[in-house]
Design a protein around this ligand. Structure first.
Ligand code: SF4
Ligand code: SF4
Length: 430
């Protein structure tokens, strides 16, 4: 694609990167076939190619974003299915992140939109604030009809049962059982540890049982993804910087073989820290962190796991989270691991399409999110599974809110089959 940035503009690193990405696009439109919002809305401006044109025009002319451009940028899920499909290697993720930051700095949103975004950015990344807000949402449920539409979807998001906080999530070291083969840090997340403590417990169990020493590093917390996807670069950099310092301290101390992530949405962001901090004084440290960041499935693949418990060949429908299959290009590995320990694994139709969770998307774009959820649940249930498994808490919450089939994190099944506890949510399955 021809671009018309001036030499002066190209001195700005964000525009220089946008220019590189835009020039790689050959307008072929192949990405449109796998874009969930284009499938639903049928409008080219809700497709990757349409958004690329809008972003190009906005950035080249350095103009104040208009309502139409913001609407179509906001409707993008950042699912990155377009990146998997694109034959020209267009790095859409960096382009949309760039555009979101540009919009956030220059566009004045309506009051309710601003208020909700402000609220989410100040609640979700902070576990105790998030926990408190879930209790508040539970109390507000009977009166939700009095609330504006977007606040209603936030109230709906609160789970029926709120898990107690787990002592495992505090900074500490979990010793390896037997001979130590690896020393890893677990990124134990922010929202995940409020919504579900079983995932981190299962991760710790399977890792320590297979010879990993696991560190929960002091000072590490939210990866910054939630605010990053809202274009709030300062806030996301602040969270990410704390993590980088905390993990580099461990790397320079006793050493780390990997930083393990069991929420794939966070994993995509951690693996991109090198790019996020490229113009920052933490650039080298950020790259070191990104280089050893691994999804839990990648770490388990190196541990030579074997089935110990007879899980009776239970039928598992595997939902491939976008952040794992498109963001990190990890597609077959979780399924292979599940099969290796004795589960029958099936995949639904339209496995490449997003479930509509996408970070805070289900709260900010409830109508589109709901349509994608229904479509995903229909395809998953059509496989007649006994269990649904996925590698991201957002997808678990989204699909779990509409399906009767129990849903668990992949690591919970792997832990169980290799000698850990049966996931609590499967207690009704014999
Ligand atoms: S598939 Fe890639 S090259 Fe083709 S229009 Fe989409 S982003 Fe551009
Ligand atoms: S990230 Fe997903 S929703 Fe956004 S343009 Fe690409 S495919 Fe479409």
């Amino acid at each position: 694609m021809q671009t018309f940035f001036t030499p002066e503009q190209l001195k700005q690193s964000s525009l220089k990167r946008a220019n590189e990405i835009l020039r790689a696009c050959v307008h072929c439109g192949m990405c449109m076939a796998t874009c969930p919002t284009y499938q639903i809305m049928g409008d080219e401006l809700d497709s990757p190619r349409g958004r690329i044109y809008l972003i190009k025009d906005m950035l080249e002319n350095e103009r104040v974003p208009d309502e139409r451009t913001v609407k179509h940028i906001d409707r993008c899920l950042s699912c990155l299915a377009c990146m998997t499909t694109c034959p020209s290697g267009v790095h859409y993720m960096h382009l949309i992140d760039n555009a979101r930051e540009y919009v956030e700095k220059r566009y004045k949103r309506k009051f309710d939109d601003r208020a909700i975004r402000w609220l989410l950015a100040r609640i979700l990344p902070y576990p105790w604030r998030f926990r408190l807000s879930l209790y508040g949402a539970k109390l507000a449920k009977p009166f939700k009809f009095l609330l504006p539409k977007k606040l209603r979807s936030m109230v709906d998001f609160a789970p029926k049962k709120i898990a107690k906080s787990s002592s495992n999530d505090r900074p500490q070291i979990f010793k390896a059982k037997g001979i130590r083969k690896m020393r890893v840090a677990l990124m134990n997340g922010c929202a995940q540890k409020v919504l579900n403590t079983d995932i981190n417990d299962a991760t710790l169990n399977i890792l320590t049982r297979h010879g990993c020493e696991v560190v929960i590093a002091k000072g590490a917390g939210c990866c910054g993804a939630l605010t990053h996807h809202m274009g709030k670069a300062d806030e996301s950099h602040k969270s990410a910087a704390k993590n980088i310092e905390a993990w580099v301290k461990e790397m320079d101390g006793e050493g780390l073989d990997a930083i393990v992530i069991n929420a794939s949405g966070c994993g995509t962001t951690l693996k991109d820290y090198g790019h996020m901090f490229k113009d920052h004084n933490l650039a080298d440290k950020a790259k070191r962190v990104a280089d050893i960041s691994k999804d839990i499935s990648e770490v388990i693949a190196d541990l030579n796991i074997k089935p110990i418990v007879d899980t009776k060949n239970l039928k598992v429908a595997y939902h491939s989270a976008c952040s794992l299959q498109h963001g990190q290009q990890i597609k077959a590995l979780p399924k292979t691991l599940l099969q290796k320990v004795g589960f029958e694994v099936v995949e639904p139709n339209e496995a490449h399409l997003c479930c509509g969770s996408a970070g805070t998307y289900n709260l900010m774009q409830p109508e589109i999110s709901e349509q994608l959820k229904k479509r995903k649940v229909k395809h998953l249930e059509a496989t007649k599974p006994q269990i649904i498994a996925t590698g991201n808490i957002g997808c678990m919450m989204q699909i779990g809110s509409d399906s009767k089939v129990p849903i668990v994190h992949t690591v919970e099944l792997l832990d169980w089959a290799t000698g850990g506890q049966k996931p609590q949510s499967l207690s009704d399955i014999d």
